[in-house]
Design a protein around this ligand. Structure first.
Ligand code: SIN
Length: 531
């Protein structure tokens, strides 16, 4: 997909205020915070986020962190479950590293002060889909991500080597000749540009759920890191694999609020409007099948019944358990008149997590020198075609930490990194809300759980047409940049989905319903790929 390499703005960098640091971390989710803390042991760090530091996908994570810490558990079982869920595309070495180092990093979180829930003094484990053991540790019931973010953020704020900059939207990486030297930011409160030059840059900017009409992701998840790294020459991989979480609250006017998989792990089950427990018809493991299987089964059930949602029935659960384990879910449901455990929760799948991303090695290095990536934006090979539940916070912890240990290369430093001139702006009057709304509808229709060549090709043509004027615009404001990043990343996803002529994991092609041995491989995409 030959797309032009250029930056989103044309500024004279010499006029832009400059910060210099050994390490720049972009993003304040679990990967960014872990990277910042690891890097701070080695020198100065700037941690920048586009909103406030608590606003990230991590802070909304409910279920928990998967780690083989239980008496009946073993690292090898965690590895086996991860590989099985990943549909043949996980990198076994990366998965081993995840499971082994993940345990260590979780114990460090406890030392740092994260209070994982306990029963009789012992850490309590919950079950989620496709785990062979109760393996998922959690905090504050269903507010695990918030508890972890709070503790890591406190450590970051207390660290003398870390300068935190909130409300800094990263527009583009500063790079030259395949070498990254930091990033250009827009201070979204004052509308001013800032330049951060760094020996090492860690992209930990999170996910892209906002590309879709229905998503569990917060408003900040607008694909910025994928698009920035792509423009800087990094390789991306397996961008067709977007995970749909099976159960998000589905009520007119309510947010697409996640109803944690742990609710099913604790005994909740899915019923259709007639009250029938339908999952058994689709999969032996029923509600605790891998996430791709549950989401696809719900879509099939909806198609068969003509309904718009199914229901999560928790009426058999002990009310005390529901209140203790799921206080946030209980309270949000109550806000919309759904009283748990009595009432069934109306749910349907929504875009949740990108398994693909910016290709990194085991040390989180991308192919752009001195540029590292960690967390959802990165592709480490641990998730394959379908991520095992609660492996994402773990991945952020493990690879964020590794990224933070990176040493600047010989050619790192504060040189004349440049922004290449972009095309002159068209000066078109653009309704950015309309662009993002149109994009979300298009992707939901054509890049959802089921795809086919005709719909994907139509989507590419539309994205090309919209990009021809939207990417030519110079916005100088966050929503415009976000729309550009989402358009670019959506195009990467659709091109990748069109290439993969098979069905596997989260990528289901109605025109290629079988899994193909020829496609037991990764799907790379980068600038200047032949069309
Ligand atoms: C959940 O609580 O269901 C989400 C956990 C995850 O995405 O792994």
């Amino acid at each position: 997909m030959p797309m032009q390499e250029r930056f989103l703005v044309d500024v004279n960098l010499s006029t832009v205020p400059l910060f210099k640091t050994r390490c720049l971390v972009i993003g304040s989710g679990i990967a960014g915070l872990s990277a910042a803390l690891a890097a701070a042991a080695r020198g100065q760090v700037i941690l920048a986020a586009k909103s406030d530091f608590m606003e990230s996908n991590t802070a909304y994570a409910q279920g928990g962190v998967a780690a083989a810490l239980g008496d009946d558990d073993e690292v090898d079982l965690h590895i086996e479950d991860t590989l099985k869920a990943g549909g043949g595309l996980c990198d076994p070495a990366a998965v081993r590293l995840l499971a082994v180092e993940g345990r260590k990093r979780c114990l460090e979180l406890i030392d740092l002060g994260v209070e994982f829930d306990r029963v009789d003094g012992k850490i309590s484990f919950t079950r989620e889909g496709a785990h062979s053991r109760r393996r998922v540790i959690h905090a504050d019931g269903d507010a695990t991500g918030r508890a972890i973010s709070r503790t890591l953020l406190q450590a970051v704020r207390n660290h003398p080597n870390i300068l935190g900059l909130e409300n800094q939207f990263a527009i583009d990486l500063l790079h030259e000749n395949g070498n990254c030297r930091g990033a250009l930011f827009l201070d979204t409160r004052y509308g001013r540009y800032t330049r951060v030059e760094a020996g090492v840059t860690v992209m930990a900017s999170g996910g892209l759920g906002q590309i879709f009409r229905e998503t569990t992701n917060p408003a900040v998840a607008t694909a910025d890191g994928y698009a920035m790294c792509f423009r800087a020459g990094a390789e991306l991989c397996d961008m067709e694999f977007i995970q749909f979480h099976p159960t998000t609250l589905y009520l007119a006017g309510a947010p697409r609020f996640l109803i944690s998989e742990a609710v099913r792990g604790e005994g909740g089950f899915l019923i259709n409007r007639a009250g029938e427990r339908f999952m058994k018809r689709y999969s032996e493991a029923a509600e605790l099948s891998p996430r791709d299987v549950v989401s696809q089964s719900i879509f099939k059930e909806l198609a068969a019944t003509g309904d718009t949602c199914v229901y999560l029935d928790v009426s058999r659960l002990d009310p005390e358990l529901v209140a203790r384990r799921f206080p946030t879910i209980l309270s949000v449901c109550a806000d919309y008149g759904v009283n748990l455990p009595r009432d069934p929760i109306p749910v349907r799948p929504a875009a949740h997590y990108m398994m693909g991303g910016v290709v990194t090695d085991m040390n989180a290095a991308t192919r752009v020198r001195n540029l590292y990536a960690a967390g959802e934006v990165a592709f480490t090979g641990v998730h394959g075609a379908n991520r095992l539940a609660s492996n994402s916070l773990l991945e952020g912890l493990v690879f964020g930490h590794r990224a933070g240990k990176a040493e600047p290369g010989a050619d790192a430093g504060f040189g004349p990194a440049a922004l290449r001139k972009r095309l002159p702006a068209h000066g078109t009057r653009l309704d950015i809300d309309d662009i993002t709304r149109s994009l979300k509808s298009l992707t939901w229709r054509n890049l959802g759980a089921y795809r086919n060549a005709a719909a994907l090709s139509e989507t590419i043509e539309k994205l090309k047409a919209w990009s021809s004027y939207v990417l030519a615009e110079e916005f100088h404001m966050r929503p415009g940049f976000e729309a550009q990043n989402m358009l670019t990343t959506a195009r990467l996803m659709v091109e990748s989905a069109l290439r993969r002529n098979e069905s596997r994991g989260a990528h289901q092609r109605t025109d290629f319903p079988e899994t193909s041995a020829a496609w037991a491989r990764h799907n790379l995409i980068s600038l200047n790929d032949p069309e």
